[in-house]
Design a protein around this ligand. Sequence first.
Ligand code: ASP
Ligand code: MG
Length: 418
Amino acid sequence: MKVYKFGGASVRNADGVRNLHKIIAEEQNLFIIVSAMGKTTNALERVFDGVRRADRDYALEQIAELRSAHAEIIDDLWHTSTHLERVDAFFTELETLVNETVYQPADAELLYDRIVAYGELVSTTIISEYLNKAGTQNRWIDMRQCMLTELRHKDAAVDLEASAKALKEELKKYGENIFIGQGFIGGAPDGTTTTLGREGSDYSAAVVANILDAESMAVWKDVDGVLNADPKIFPDAVQIVELNYLDTIELAYSGAQIIHPKTIKPLQNKNIPLYVRPFGDKRKPGTVIRNMSAPVDVPILIMKKDQVLMTIRSRDFSFVLEEKFASIFSLLEQYRVKVNLVHNSAVNLSLCVDNTWHIDEAIEALREAGFDVMKAADMELLTIRGYNDELWQKYAVGRRVFVRQSTQATVRIVRKKE
Ligand code: ASP
Ligand code: MG
C-alpha cells in the first residue's frame, strides 16, 4: 500500500482534479488523503465567524459562494451541468446547522470542527465520484469513523490504536484497492467531529501510512520539493534533495511550510519514507525524507509569522524558575497557546508564541497568578540553520530584533514584523 496526499492548492480547480487522476491512473493499492479544495477551509472559518457573531446572513452567503464554486468544478469535470446528490446534501446539512445553532461560547471549538469539516467531506466526495466516472474504481472512506481522536476539538490528538482497529475493519469490508479519505478530520469517542489543527491533512496521511504499513507516503505539492527557504520571502531559495526525519521535524516546527510538524513521528516509527513531489510534473523526483540522509549543505531560513512575544515576570521579583515554569506552562497548555521559543533570565521569561484564539485569556490568567506580563504583537520568528556572517549581519542585528538565541549551528530571532 502507498499513501498519497493532495493538498488544497493541488485540487483547487477541475484541472487539478484531472491532474490528480493522471498521477494515480496507473496505481493500485493506494490510499489517497485529500484536503479541502483551494481556500475552502478559510471560507468555512468565515461561516463559523458569522455564526459566532450571530450574523446568519453572512454565514449563509459564505456557504452559497462555496456551493457555487464547487458546482462550477463539478460542471467542468462532468462537461455538463451536473448535481452530485451527496455534495448537495452536505451543503444543505451545513445550512441547517447554521440556521439552527444558537451560539454558545463554551461550544466554540466543537462548532468550529463541525463546520470546517465540510470542506474535506465535499472535496473527497467530488474526487471519488469523478474517479469512478473516469474509470478508476475507488471507495470513499468516512474518516470521522476511522480517524479516531481524543475528545478535544480544533486540535485533537489521534488515538492510534483505536484508529488502527477502526480503519482496518472498514477497509476489509470492500473489494476496491483504491481508497479516498479526508485529511484533517476525525471523530471523538462521543461521536462528534474533530479536526487535527490547520494544515493537518499531512498528519492524517502519515497516520494512515503508519496503520497500513505503507511502503511509502507522498505529498503532492505546488513546489518542486522541499526548499531551503520560502521563495516568497527569500528569493534565492534552492531545493534540498534529501532530508532526514529529525531535521524535518525541526524545520517544520520552526515554521517551514513543508509539512505539518506532527507528520514525521508516525512515519519514523515504521520507517516509512516520505516523498514531497511536485504536483505539476510527475517526472521530477522532489525531495525524499527518511531515516538517513546526506547532510544539508546550504543554510536553511524559516520564517514563522503571526507571532506574539510574551515577557513574564513575577511581581515580587522572585526568580521565575522551575516551579514557576511548571505553573506557567500548564496555564499555557490549558489555553492552547503554542510556544515556539523560550528565553529566560533570573526574573524574566520570554516566550514567542503563535497568535491564537485564547492568548488574551491566558495572559489574564497569568496576571491573576501573580505575574506581570508584557505582550508585543506583530512579531515574526526567523530561524536560520547553518548561518554565516553575512546572514547574521543581515538578520540577527538591528532595531527590530527583540530576542536572539544562538547555538553553534542555529540562530533564532524574534523580531518586529516589517
Ligand atoms: N483543509 C485544512 C486546512 O486548510 C487541512 C489541510 O489543508 O491540511 O487547514
Ligand atoms: Mg490546506
